[in-house]
Ligand binder design. Sequence first.
Ligand code: DAH
Length: 338
Amino acid sequence: MEDKIFAMRDEALAQVAAARTAADLEAVRIQYLGRKGLLPEIMKGLRDVPAEQRAGVGQAANQFKEALSEGLREKQETLASGSCQAAGPAFDPTLPGRVIPRGSRHPVSLVIEEAVRIFAKLGFTVAEGPDLETGYRNFDALNTPDYHPSLSEQDTFWIEPDLLLRTQTSPVQIRVMEQTQPPIRIITPGRCYRRDTTDATHSANFHQIEGLYVDKSVSLADLKGTLAHFARQMMGPDVHVRFRPHFFPFTEPSVECDFSCHVCGGKGCRVCKQSGWIEIAGAGMVDPRVFGKVGYDAEKYTGYAFGMGIERIAMIKYGIPDIRMLYENDLRFLGQFR
Ligand code: DAH
């Protein structure tokens, strides 16, 4: 009797294994465990089994029931998860995969990321400020006199009487100094806006990276060394850097910093307008009046600052002839920067 039960169990489990659908499985369950199934039948027949055999047969029947229930449950899960090949042609591993097109980094982002990496090694951290800025931080706190042409409607997108789209990243210097005491070593990449007519080298919307280093005895030599190091890291070891005297309201002395033209190697070409040099940054020693605006002691601290055009760097680094290409979102252009 027990052997018969075990044989029936093995048969039932084989049927479970062969089941291909939930309906197949249900049929097996009904055949054995259903109200009129084979197992209830055995249980009913237990009465007629001789007393000395009854315990053994009962145990075998229970064991059958447990094994079958467990088998049914497991198979149900496999069918539900779809991982069973026998369940049908849900997944064909021989089909070629679907190609998901990969995006690429925008050249402006590439230059920003590279600049952040270079300056991070020199101990600079990244600070950010809002695109909407107060007239005070964009101009007044940077010692820009009321009669400066950049304040006019011509150059600045004014939003409200004291609110504008920042024309430079320099106001972030003010934000940082208002909140922190020296020593300070930050760079601030970000968007800037000017009412410029768009052409091959001008865009009303562009990016700058500002740098600010304030400590005891920071010198112009530190500024030169830092920008020259940056140029070589960004452009390669052959780049030359030159500084020309200039004027900015927020620095004294002020300089403009040119890189030798990467496109022609300094010989002269269309991109550098035959001069061999490209203007990359404005820079200088922070004017003591700016320190006065943020409550720094100009007797105790000195600092340098610089602001450079990211699109300019991207254009000479990658040989992009027209700034507008950076803003047209042409995938044939953008896809080249991987
Ligand atoms: N903000 C200036 C511009 O947009 C660039 C600049 C010049 C930034 C000198 C500086 C600086 O921090 O010291 O033309």
